[in-house]
Design a protein around this ligand. Sequence first.
Ligand SMILES: [Zn+2]
Length: 192
Amino acid sequence: MSVITAYLLGLATLPVGGVAVWLLYRLFRREAWLCPYCLAWTAHTKEKPDTALYLPAILTWASVLVHGRTARHRAWRRVHEEYDIRPADPTWGFEPKRLMRAVPTDELDDEGQTYLLEWGFGSERNSRKEPVEMPYADCLFDGKRVEGDVIRHEDGSMELLVVRHSKEDPRRIPLFDGNAEPNPHIRPIGKE
Ligand SMILES: [Zn+2]
């Protein structure tokens, strides 16, 4: 083998090495994942489903797969699909990363529902309140069409903040309880 061939071969292994390092970094970097459907961390600290556990990414991805098969997740996913509600995701685009908790509060404004977001570890632990865009939804309430923004509560339950409500109609309608059980008065549009 000439010196030049050896040199070129050596050069060719560099990108492979780079890919390997990148792959190892991706697989073992600690990550957490909040499920926007049930508002629970897929891997959470003991007895605290609202607090993230950061695991090597390969374990986090595995726990996302397992989470997708749990009864609670499937129930929440089903109601989102049946009522055509886009899940609100408080982690989307949030900086800094390393979010530990995302708790919906009762504060509402034009931009959305305020969530209390906590991130960081130890002395770097911090929190702030951020508006999260509320999904828009419509459904039938006692056969009448109602629409508005969807408010999420800490236990996962949902309410519809009704727009254009008349005096006799409620301004807020409970949609689903904390176990994704729908209010018996509501039906999805098109399923009278
Ligand atoms: Zn879920």
